[in-house]
Design a protein around this ligand. Structure first.
Ligand code: PMP
Length: 304
């Protein structure tokens, strides 16, 4: 992945992709204290546009605030850097990865006197799952790993080290023939997927877990707004795994996963076992929105 053409924005400068390197004593590499975002740009009639850039950059700064990292750039500078990497790499659609990490000025957990570095890369990353999965849905399993606790690594920061838990859960799910994991919180209630929020549909009402033990997903927020626009009731509440088993529909949301139907959970078919009608409607609104085919919320599209 490191050996390719293109440019990466690092600490205020665009540098050749292959030269975007860091020292082995980079602090974040050792202890995982870093913050990042996963952002997407889609092709729209007005050119490539980054979806909800402001909200992603705001979350990056909130993550850094939680971890007491001071980002040495303004939000505007990082927004411009993100548009720039899409343009300079000649991308029509892109996945963007801004990340802030601690430098190699010293080791140890005190983490004093370390520089906060910032990078932004962008590349073509079509779909997280296969195109069939967007229609047919995926199989998931309840993870044997518990999701982060509010007083352990906390849940509001999109922090590098948090993803060890996600990767363990995802690997376990893949090894057991599923496509994704569903992690429960420390009290046993549904939290989220390895990199997605979850929704279920029951009696025409949309339910999603409260934000206690899951990331404040930007796709989650988008879907809640769409559902309200459709006149659907949305309730944020504690959800049990067996509520997912008996849901009429279930789906994941996330920048990478987009709107992904869930057809099976722990060997139990969800609803009809295929993408349900409400999921399909919300999914098509999402794709129309990100590709600039809807008139509503034009401020969500940031032309590069
Ligand atoms: N939860 C986790 C753990 C994630 O990594 C992500 C992806 N950022 C999400 C939920 C979904 O967030 P978003 O819709 O903002 O991408």
């Amino acid at each position: 992945f490191a050996d390719r053409d293109g440019v990466i924005w690092l600490d205020g400068e665009l540098i050749p992709w292959r030269e975007a390197k860091t020292h082995v004593l980079t602090h974040t590499l050792h202890y995982g204290m870093g913050v990042f975002e996963g952002v997407r740009a889609y092709s729209t009639p007005k050119g490539p546009a980054i979806f909800r850039l402001k909200e992603h950059t705001d979350r990056l700064f909130r993550s850094a605030h939680i971890l007491r990292m001071e980002i040495p750039y303004s939000k505007e500078e990082l927004n411009e850097a993100q548009k720039l990497v899409v343009r300079e790499n000649g991308l029509d659609e892109a996945y963007l990865r801004p990340m802030c990490f601690l430098g190699s000025e010293g080791m140890g957990l005190r983490a004093e006197g370390l520089q906060v570095h910032t990078m932004v890369a962008a590349w073509n990353w079509p779909s997280y799952m296969s195109p069939e999965a967007l229609e047919q849905g995926i199989k998931i399993r309840t993870s044997s790993y518990t999701r982060h606790h509010v007083n352990i690594t906390m849940c509001k920061a999109k922090a590098n080290g948090n993803y060890m838990n996600s990767m363990l859960a995802l690997r376990e799910a893949l090894d057991s023939g599923c496509e994704e994991a569903l992690l429960l919180d420390n009290e046993g209630y549904v939290a989220e997927g390895s990199g997605e929020n979850i929704f279920i549909v029951k009696g025409g009402v949309l339910y999603t877990p409260e934000l206690t033990s899951c990331l404040e997903g930007i796709t989650r927020d988008t879907i809640i707004q769409f559902a309200r626009e459709l006149g659907l009731e949305v309730r944020e509440k504690r959800i049990t795994r067996d509520e997912v088993y008996i849901a009429e529909e279930a789906f994941f949301t996330g920048t990478a996963a987009e709107v992904m139907p869930i057809c099976e959970h722990d060997g139990r078919k969800i609803g009809s076992g295929k993408r349900g009608p409400i999921t399909e409607k919300l999914q098509s609104m999402y794709f129309d929105q990100v590709r600039g085919k809807r008139q509503e919320n034009p401020e969500w599209l940031n032309i590069c």
